[in-house]
Ligand binder design. Structure first.
Ligand code: ADP
Length: 704
C-alpha cells in the first residue's frame, strides 16, 4: 500500500517536473527566437538605412518587439533588451550606451503593450476605437526608445549635439512605421486563432484578385519593371486596391495587405527604383516613411470602421430577426387567446341555452311537477357542466403557477375506476356507446390523489365518448406493468393523425376532423390537465392511434403504493361534486347570508330553507348588523367583495359584536389557493367558491 502511494506520488512529481521542464524549454525557445529575429532584423535595418550610424528608418525590430511582448508576455522583454544591446555594442557603442539603448528598446515594447492593455485594446481590430488606441500607442510609446537612445548617444559623445534632433526624428519615425505596419499584422495573425474560414468560394476568389491587383500595382509603382513607366505611376495609386480591400476583405487580410505593400515598396525604394528612390539618402527616405505611415494610418482606420459597421448591421439584422420571431410569437399568442375567448364563450353559451329555455318554461308557470322535473334536471346538469369547466380552468392556472398540491394517499385502483366510470356513464349512454372494463382480479394500490386520478380517467372516457360516432365501442383496461399501474382507455372513434399525437396534450389545442369534432370539442384543456396531473403523480400519459378513422387509445402509467392499503375515512372518500352525506346527524342551522348579489344570496337561502335550515339574507354590512339584532346565526356566509367594505372587515365587526362567535364561511368567486389562505388568515372557518351547490352547503354546515 505504502509502495503504491509512493509510486503514485512519484508519478505525480515526475509529471509535474516534466511539465515544468517543458514550460522552461518552451520559454527558452521563445527567448532565443525573439532574440535572434530582433538581432538580425535590427542589424539589417542599421545596415540598410542608418542615419548617423544608430537610427534607422527601416526598423522592423520595433514592430516585432511590441508584438512579441503582446503575444508572449512581459517576460520576453529581456530578450529584446539583450538583442538591442548586442546589435549596438557590435556597431561600436560603448557598453553603457548599448545597455541604455537595450533598456530603452525593451521598455518601449513593454510600455506600449501595457498601454494597449490599459485602454482595453482588442487585437481583432473590429472596432474603430481599437485602431485609434493602437495608433496613439504606436506614436507615443516609440518616443521612449528614440529619446533614451539619442540622449545616451549624445551624452557619450557618439553623437554631436547638432545631430541629436535629426537622429531622434529618424529613430522615432522608423520605430513608429514599424509599429504601425508590422505589429497589427503580427498580433492580428498570432494573438487570435485563425478560425476556420467560413468564406464562400466567391469571397476567396475576390480576396485572391485583390491581392494580385495590389501586388501588381505596388510592383509597377515601386519596382519600375517597365522602363519609363514610373513617369506616369504615382505612389497614391496603391490606394485604389487598398480601398477595395478595406471595403471587402476584413481586418486580418488588410493587415497583411498593408505589410505587403510596405515590404514591396521598401525593397524597391532601397534598390533605387520607384518614386522615392533616394538620391542623398535623406529627404526621399523621410518622404517614403511618411507615405508608409499614411497608408497604415488611413487603411487601419478605414478597415476597422468598415468592420465595425458590418458587425453593427449584422447585430441589427439578428435583432430584427429575433424581434420578428417575438412579434410572430406574440401574434400567435394573441390569436390563441382570441380563439380561446371565442371557445370559452361558446362553451359557456352551450350549457346556458338549455338552462335559459328550461327556466323560461318554468317561469311561464302552470307546470305540473311531472313536467318540471326534466327541465330542472337539464338545468342542474348544465350548471354542473359549467362548474366543471371553470374548475378545470382554475386547475390549469394553479398547476402553471405551481400552486397545486395533491392529497396523496394510498388509493384503490378499482375504486378509482368505478367512480370514474360512474361519472362518465351518462355521456357514453347519451351517445349510445357500449362500454366494457377489464380490471385485474387483485386490486392495485396506487399512491395518488384519488379525486385527481378519477378526474383524469373521467376526462379520457368523456373524450372517448365525444370523439366516437354514436353507437361506438369504448373499453377500459387496467393491469400492473413494469412501469406501475397501466390504465388504457380505447375507443373506435375518429382517431388522431400521427403528427397530432403529442400536440393534443398542449393546452387550448383542439383539432377537428371536420364539422363533427368542431362541435363536440371543448376548450382543449382536458388532456393538458390530465397530462399535468399524471406527471405531478410521477406518472406519464401517451396517446396512440393508427390515424384518422381508426380509433384512439390513451395509456396512463401511475406509480403504485409501497404501503398496504389504508381504508379511506368517510370524509376522505367524499367527492365534492357528488352530494355529500353529512357525517353527523343533520342539525337545523340558523344561517345568515351576506352577499350584495341578491339573486345569488336568495338562491342559497332558498336552498337552505328548503333543506330544513333557517336562512336570512343581508345585502350589505349595515343590513347584516341590523339583522343580527333579532337573529343569532350559527353560521354566516360572507361575500368577500361587499359594497363599501370587504368581507374581512365585516367579519371583524361581527366577531366583536357576537359572543359566542358564529361559524364564518367565506363566499367568493376567486378559488385560488392564495385566496383560501388569505381567508383563513382573516379568521374564516370555511371557504366556498361560487357557484355553490346544496352538497357544498351541507358539507360546510356539517363542519360548523
Ligand atoms: P377538448 O376535448 O376540450 O377539445 P382535450 O384537451 O380533452 O380538449 O382534447 C384535445 C384534442 O385532442 C381534442 O380537441 C381532440 O381533437 C383530440 N382528442 C382527445 N381525445 C380524443 C379521442 N379519444 N379521439 C380522437 N381525438 C381526441
Amino acid at each position: 500500500m505504502v509502495y503504491l502511494q509512493c509510486g503514485r506520488l512519484g508519478k505525480r512529481i515526475s509529471v509535474a517536473m516534466s511539465q515544468t521542464v517543458r514550460a522552461y524549454a518552451l520559454f527558452a525557445l521563445q527567448f532565443l527566437v525573439v532574440f535572434g529575429v530582433y538581432f538580425y532584423t535590427a542589424r539589417w535595418g542599421l545596415n540598410l538605412s542608418a542615419i548617423n550610424d544608430f537610427a534607422a528608418l527601416v526598423w522592423p525590430a520595433t514592430g516585432i518587439a511590441i508584438a512579441a511582448v503582446y503575444v508572449l508576455g512581459y517576460r520576453i522583454a529581456p530578450a529584446i533588451a539583450l538583442a538591442a544591446f548586442a546589435v549596438n555594442y557590435l556597431i561600436g557603442a560603448p557598453i553603457l550606451a548599448a545597455t541604455a539603448i537595450g533598456i530603452g528598446n525593451s521598455l518601449e515594447a513593454a510600455i506600449g503593450v501595457w498601454l494597449l492593455r490599459s485602454f482595453g485594446f482588442n487585437p481583432l481590430f473590429s472596432r474603430l476605437v481599437d485602431s485609434f488606441v493602437f495608433i496613439a500607442v504606436a506614436i507615443s510609446a516609440t518616443v521612449i526608445s528614440a529619446t533614451i537612445g539619442t540622449t545616451t548617444l549624445g551624452l557619450t559623445a557618439l553623437l554631436s549635439a547638432a545631430d541629436v534632433p535629426v537622429t531622434w526624428l529618424a529613430w522615432w519615425v522608423g520605430d513608429t512605421i514599424s509599429a504601425l505596419i508590422l505589429t497589427p499584422f503580427l498580433i492580428r495573425w498570432l494573438a487570435t486563432p485563425i478560425t476556420r474560414s467560413r468564406r464562400t468560394v466567391a469571397q476567396l476568389l475576390e480576396g485572391l484578385a485583390f491581392f494580385t491587383a495590389l501586388i501588381a500595382l505596388t510592383l509597377l509603382v515601386f519596382w519600375d519593371p517597365i522602363p519609363g513607366l514610373h513617369e506616369i505611376m504615382h505612389p497614391y495609386m496603391v490606394f485604389v486596391p487598398l480601398t477595395w480591400g478595406a471595403l471587402r476583405v476584413g481586418p486580418r487580410a488588410m493587415t497583411l495587405a498593408i505589410a505587403t505593400v510596405a515590404a514591396l515598396a521598401t525593397f524597391g525604394t532601397l534598390a533605387g527604383t520607384g518614386p522615392f528612390a533616394f538620391i542623398d539618402g535623406g529627404r526621399e527616405l523621410f518622404l517614403f516613411a511618411l507615405f508608409l505611415s499614411t497608408v497604415a494610418f488611413i487603411f487601419l482606420l478605414f478597415v476597422t470602421a468598415v468592420e465595425e459597421r458590418k458587425n453593427a448591421s449584422k447585430r441589427l439584422e439578428e435583432n430584427i430577426v429575433s424581434l420578428q420571431e417575438d412579434v410572430e410569437e406574440i401574434s400567435a399568442a394573441d390569436q390563441a387567446k382570441n380563439e380561446f375567448i371565442a371557445t370559452l364563450s361558446h362553451e359557456l353559451r352551450n350549457p346556458l341555452a338549455p338552462i335559459l329555455s328550461s327556466l323560461e318554461i318554468i317561469r311561464m308557470g302552470r307546470l305540473q311537477e311531472r313536467d318540471a322535473r326534466p327541465l330542472i334536471e337539464t338545468t342542474y346538469e348544465n350548471v354542473m357542466r359549467m362548474t366543471r369547466l371553470l374548475d378545470d380552468l382554475l386547475d390549469v392556472a394553479r398547476i402553471s403557477r405551481k400552486q397545486f398540491t395533491l392529497q396523496m394517499k394510498t388509493a384503490s385502483l378499482k375504486s378509482i375506476v368505478q367512480h370514474a366510470t360512474a361519472m362518465a356513464q351518462p355521456l357514453m349512454q347519451k351517445h349510445g356507446h357500449s362500454f366494457s372494463s377489464a380490471l385485474p382480479r387483485d386490486d392495485i394500490q396506487l399512491h395518488a390523489d384519488q379525486l385527481r386520478i378519477e378526474q383524469v380517467i373521467v376526462n379520457l372516457l368523456n373524450n372517448a365518448a365525444k370523439y366516437t360516432p354514436p353507437g361506438g365501442t369504448i373499453s377500459l383496461a387496467a393491469h400492473a406493468s413494469r412501469d406501475g399501474a397501466e390504465i388504457r382507455v380505447r375507443d373506435n372513434g375518429i382517431g388522431i393523425s400521427k403528427h397530432l399525437l403529442e400536440k393534443i396534450f398542449e393546452p387550448f389545442k383542439r383539432f377537428g376532423n371536420g364539422q363533427r369534432v368542431a362541435e363536440s370539442a371543448g376548450l382543449g384543456i382536458g388532456l393538458s390537465l390530465a397530462k399535468r396531473l399524471v406527471e405531478l403523480h410521477g406518472g406519464r400519459i401517451e396517446a396512440r392511434s393508427d390515424g384518422p378513422g381508426k380509433g384512439s387509445e390513451f395509456v396512463v402509467w401511475l406509480p403504485v403504493a409501497d404501503a398496504p392499503l389504508l381504508l379511506p375515512t368517510a370524509s376522505e372518500s367524499q367527492d365534492v361534486r357528488t352530494p355529500a352525506e353529512p357525517s353527523r346527524k343533520k342539525e337545523r342551522k340558523r344561517v345568515l347570508i351576506v352577499d350584495d348579489n341578491k339573486d345569488a344570496a336568495e338562491g342559497i337561502a332558498r336552498l337552505l330553507n328548503h333543506s330544513g335550515h333557517e336562512a336570512h339574507v343581508a345585502l350589505d354590512g349595515a343590513h347584516a348588523l341590523a339583522t343580527l339584532a333579532n337573529f343569532r346565526p350559527d353560521v354566516i356566509f360572507l361575500d368577500i367583495q361587499l359594497p363599501g367594505e370587504s368581507g374581512y372587515d365585516l367579519l371583524r365587526t361581527i366577531r366583536n359584536y357576537l359572543d359566542p362567535a358564529p361559524y364564518f364561511v367565506a363566499l367568493t368567486g376567486f378559488g385560488q389557493e392564495e385566496d383560501k389562505e388569505k381567508a383563513r388568515e382573516a379568521g374564516f372557518d370555511g371557504f366556498l367558491t361560487k357557484p355553490v351547490s346544496i352538497a357544498d352547503l351541507e358539507k360546510v354546515l356539517s363542519h360548523s
